[in-house]
Design a protein around this ligand. Structure first.
Ligand SMILES: Cc1cc2nc3c(=O)[nH]c(=O)nc-3n(C[C@H](O)[C@H](O)[C@H](O)COP(=O)(O)OP(=O)(O)OC[C@H]3O[C@@H](n4cnc5c(N)ncnc54)[C@H](O)[C@@H]3O)c2cc1C
Length: 365
């Protein structure tokens, strides 16, 4: 009998496999795709440019533990992730910072204090806590910025009116009062120097790990402990109903010029069907002829097939809770990762929960 069966070879599955295997445990990892790495998988396209197959993955974290752990498998490139938003024919720093406020409102805010006061006057106050994603955004940035930068982007991204989404969807909006134009404000903003796929290859290179690609759960052999990183509703054969997901369509293009756009990511909230254009070379710092870019279009799960983003609403969170309760009743099933927990996790967050679960499993033995 297999002692540990791990379903899915993304960050959640591979971190746990690596930790258990390094402690001498035998594990079997199954992965339904023909490669490891989950959604962080990258590869060289036909023009020799390193691209991310399932959408751009910019690495950032405040966790020393995550950096220490991953640095066993990769060296890093320091990289400031810069994103701009195309609004009314102009490019603005995004997330909104003091430069965005000055350019958009044609004002001259000189200090953080001035910017804070200015933004505070724009914010809309609600009686009680904001009830949905629109109210949450209005409470953070006010109507004008919301309409220009967030409203259509959110509607396009999720395929529903922001009023129907949980406040947590827009609660993540970062606002800067200085002129810092880095997309994230974390202690570490990096990219793996040889790409993500190499990290996974090195993690899985352990004689105690048996890796079965093109293999889906359930499996025709017995197991003692199941570490499951696939879709929560699928595990229970959708018996309580389907959890909603938003999918994506990626259109790749190549140009015979050094660069296509001024930074790694430009958001298009309003006029276009796509939400963003990403140019890989800015982030990977790859030196090569030509450049490849990717246009990202949000689509329904029926069209895109891959469940990229959990659609968080009151109803979907209730349903996920009911499925998790079913899992808790089975003492040898452990749910971990963005699909199994029905959570929007960044890579570093998944790594942290996976490390914690690996420790718990090892302590149990
Ligand atoms: C478009 C997009 C952009 C993102 N950008 C960033 C970013 O810039 N920075 C950041 O920190 N995070 C980003 N993320 C989040 C990041 O992708 C996740 O945090 C991370 O991939 C989660 O790892 P995971 O192992 O939980 O899931 P996944 O990477 O999805 O891995 C799960 C694996 O399980 C496999 N699987 C599922 N069901 C089964 C089954 N039944 N049998 C066998 N195998 C199965 C899947 O094929 C998959 O390989 C982004 C996510 C998306 C969708």
């Amino acid at each position: 009998m297999v002692e540990y069966l791990i379903v899915g070879a993304g960050f959640a599955g591979c971190v746990i496999a690596e930790k258990l295997a390094s402690a001498g445990k035998k594990v079997v990892v199954i992965e339904k795709r023909n490669h490891i790495g989950g959604n962080a998988y990258d590869y060289y396209d036909e023009h020799g440019v390193l691209i991310h197959k399932y959408g751009p993955h910019w690495f950032h974290t405040n966790s020393d533990e995550v950096i220490k752990y991953l640095s066993q498998f990769t060296a890093w490139i320091e990289h400031k992730h810069v994103v701009k938003s195309f609004v009314n024919g102009k490019l603005y720093p995004f997330p909104v910072n003091r430069t965005t406020l000055n350019l958009f409102f044609n004002v001259n805010l000189k200090t953080e204090e001035e910017a804070k006061k200015f933004l505070n006057r724009l914010k809309i106050k609600f009686d009680g806590a904001p009830q949905n994603a629109e109210e949450k955004a209005l409470s953070l940035v006010g109507e004008k910025l919301y309409n220009a930068f967030y409203k259509n982007y959110t509607a396009k991204q999720w395929g529903v009116n922001p009023k129907e989404l949980s406040p947590s969807v827009t609660a993540r909006i970062p606002i800067r009062y200085d002129e810092n134009d880095a997309y994230f404000n974390d202690k570490f903003m990096l990219m793996p120097s040889e790409g993500y796929a190499k990290i996974f290859e090195r993690m899985c290179k352990n004689k105690n790990i048996e890796l079965l690609l093109n293999t889906s759960f359930p499996v025709p052999f017995e197991w003692k402990n199941l570490i499951y990183t696939g879709k929560l509703d699928e595990l229970f054969n959708y018996k309580l109903g389907k959890l909603p997901y938003r999918s994506l369509k990626f259109v790749h293009k190549h140009f015979e010029k050094e660069y296509f756009q001024v930074c790694q990511q430009i958001n298009y909230p309003n006029e276009h069907e796509y939400t963003r254009i990403v140019e890989w070379k800015h982030a990977t710092k790859q030196v090569c002829n030509g450049t490849s870019v990717m246009y990202e279009y949000p689509v329904s799960l029926e069209i895109g097939k891959e469940p990229y983003y959990p659609v968080l609403s009151k109803e979907s969170l209730e349903l996920a809770k009911a499925y998790k309760k079913l899992a808790r009743n089975k003492k040898n099933i452990f749910l971990v990762g963005r699909l199994a927990e029905f959570k929007y996790y960044n890579m570093d967050q998944v790594i942290l929960v996976a490390l914690k679960l690996a420790d718990k499993l090892l302590a149990k033995n």
